[in-house]
Design a protein around this ligand. Sequence first.
Ligand SMILES: Cc1cc2nc3c(=O)[nH]c(=O)nc-3n(C[C@H](O)[C@H](O)[C@H](O)COP(=O)(O)OP(=O)(O)OC[C@H]3O[C@@H](n4cnc5c(N)ncnc54)[C@H](O)[C@@H]3O)c2cc1C
Length: 486
Amino acid sequence: MTQLLWLRSDLRVRDNSALSAAMGNGPTVALYLITPEQWLAHDDAPCKVDFWLRNLAELQRELGALNVPLLIRHVPNWQQVPEALLSLCQELDIEAVQFNDEYGVHETRRDAASASLLAQHGIACQRHLDQLLFQPGSLLTQTGNYFQVFSQFRKACYRRLQIAPPVCRALPKAQAPLALALQHDPLPSSVAGFAATPLSIQQLWPAGEAEAQRRLQLFSDEQLHHYEQQRDLPARPGTSQLSAYLAAGVVSPRQCLHAALSNNYGEFDTGNPGVVCWINELLWRELYKHILVGYPRVSMRRAFRQHTEALAWRSDPEQLAAWQQGRTGIPIIDAAMRQLLATGWMHNRLRMIVAMFLTKNLLIDWREGERFFMRHLIDGDLAANNGGWQWSASTGTDSAPYFRIFNPLRQSERFDPKGEFIRHWLPELATVRAKDLHQPSCLGQNAGRLFSLPDYPRPIVDLSKSRARALAAFKSLPQAAQLEVE
Ligand SMILES: Cc1cc2nc3c(=O)[nH]c(=O)nc-3n(C[C@H](O)[C@H](O)[C@H](O)COP(=O)(O)OP(=O)(O)OC[C@H]3O[C@@H](n4cnc5c(N)ncnc54)[C@H](O)[C@@H]3O)c2cc1C
């Protein structure tokens, strides 16, 4: 009768589908596998691994209140997971393993191999929908394909929300204490191979469900109704900053959806524009995970639009390093990259601006940016990161058309008009007037006041020439493929 709850990216007790199912079926033991080789191979950021560990410590306490012991086991990589699960199940006489679905190619293979090995030994595996609002494959076009266009996907989501909005599960009642002699590794505070996370980053992202719920509540009460006007302004706290908690499963998308609905009289497509807009962002998150399942090539470092593989990306290690370190000489780009390095997070508008700058103005392969982001983001998520990069590089589904290239100076003028965000992250520009921070004539030979500052680099690229170069590179793709781009 004993159930094993295998926790992965669902580090919470409230509204956890697999936990509810396990505890509904019988006495439950929880397991978390520390898999450092796999995490390194997946470019998981040290601050993200640290966030997982800190959340596990909180979760251990929450599970303790339900009398569910949390076992920790070390397994180098996912190839060894099926055997590790089997041996634990045999040790504890487990009847069924319960887990919430994850969607990458490696995750899917790991889970299939585990289920198959356990089945050979008479142990059942039960998978649950938890990371998403809708089961991938349950929302398809009329021709039976996965949606590729957001507006069509959203319509299908709206129809489903109208008929059957996903419901949050109640917190299970505590079970009787288990009389099991359990041997397990203690929960580590760090994992070899991952650099220590600075306290400043840990303080920005406190662990635990209570913190995730606090953020959700605060955002719903104070910001949600202004989200549409504020969400693009990086100097304002206009977005929820819940992405790290959603990615680690410390809060569920169902909880987010219901918090939004309860602030909009249950409406998702009408009513307050801020709420409608925020729910749309949750649906972008949903779309990119469905894409991962429907078009698995995107999780294998391949472009969604396959003809764009022929694009003549440049190799320029110096410019790539300047972008990574926030010293391109374009203030908004450098401020954004420094925010990423210092906090493990970057505002969405800035992610689009820096991604477009790397892939269009520098014409450097989107995969370089995708990898760098994964190695630094506390909310690094394969589907959203890949989706965001391929959107910006015009290689993805429903992505920015290749000819619509953001001018980073126009973007900073529009979204950081007073230069508050730029000055915060680039103290060397603290005394520069806002209009000089967004001054296009500062580029090229006509270097203005900004670029005579000794501590700030001159721009590494001419924005208009590099824009023309990117357009030419995209236009030179084979004719048939070009039609596909349009
Ligand atoms: C190049 C690039 C890379 C990105 N990489 C990631 C990533 O690794 N992990 C990640 O969670 N998001 C990623 N995003 C999406 C987005 O930038 C972040 O989700 C958002 O900035 C998180 O801040 P927030 O929690 O305040 O979001 P809010 O604006 O409050 O949105 C609420 C939630 O909706 C989801 N969401 C919002 N926008 C998007 C989007 N465009 N695509 C998918 N989901 C979205 C997130 O889970 C977010 O927490 C990326 C975007 C781009 C352009």
